[in-house]
Design a protein around this ligand. Sequence first.
Ligand SMILES: Cc1ncc(COP(=O)(O)O)c(C=O)c1O
Length: 335
Amino acid sequence: MTSPLSRLTRGWRGTWTISGRAALAQILEQLKHRGVRHVHLPAYLCRSMLVPVKASGLNYTFYPIGQDMMAQPDPLPGAAVLLLHYFGWLNPATEALRSRAGRDYCLIEDMTHCLLSNWGNPNETMSQFFFSARKWGPIPLGGWCNTASKVERATRGIESLAQRSIAARRLRGEYLTRPNDLPESLTETEYLNAFRAVEEALDAARSCSAVPADVMEIIDTLDWETVVHRRRANFQRLAELLGGHAELVTPKLNDDVVPLGLVVQLEDRDRVRAQLAEQRMYCPIHWLLPEEVDAKRFPVAHRLAQTCLTLPIDQRYDAQDLSRLGNALLSARGP
Ligand SMILES: Cc1ncc(COP(=O)(O)O)c(C=O)c1O
């Protein structure tokens, strides 16, 4: 692996897969061979994570998280526990969970959101790790897990989806940063169609497919230093602009954190989001929870899912874009 991301994985043996889902699927397969029969999942997670869990045939249950997103698992002996690190910060439960990993349960850490942050001191022989690189730049495909797996050559279908997604992302990136110059309908519709097609193909993919070479090249040659620098600077700017005026969910920015986004909590989140979208400012939601996550048993996860809005701070944006976004949010939200 030549990617700068290899620094994070410290030369561990691992496998590149087409998605985070596929990487988790590889880990679950290996754990099944080791006798694991049950996966304990955080109630606050993306629906797509259930795809490999269901496909694995393992039993699964959910565990609660606190308002600070601290994992509170209570695993059956010998189960696997999935630990999510949210929005760039290591989960507050990480140290405690790592210290018992391999004895009472198998720990699987999802590093997707903290891909570029300091991972602390994980015990790579006792735990499983994976990430999706798809949240961090114009990367249509790409996941990684610390298991050695056999991969098959990417099919033509996967290669052409990747091409379509790359083209759509470029187009979208252009009009996000030049909102008045380009016609919206063409770019946004094509982007959304390509996005949906890729998501459906990733959900449906059953074999462990390699990442096409041209996509791997994007991962290898992305200017990761700029990604790190811009995200941190943009986060700081937006946090300063909004601090005291909006409820920020993401904690203070430590030196070793590269944030995925700045998360605010809003009672009328969907209305504010729609108003921002009218001004071509698109803010993702984390997450539409799986239907199996019961609102009565997991009220904190549901409240976060219904009220949190993730403000984009990625490398496409500069100081001017950030102040436009921050001011639009404050005026959409009202007094
Ligand atoms: C935290 C987290 N991990 C993993 C994934 C899955 O990654 P992928 O979309 O590459 O399958 C997602 C998807 O949104 C996610 O939010």
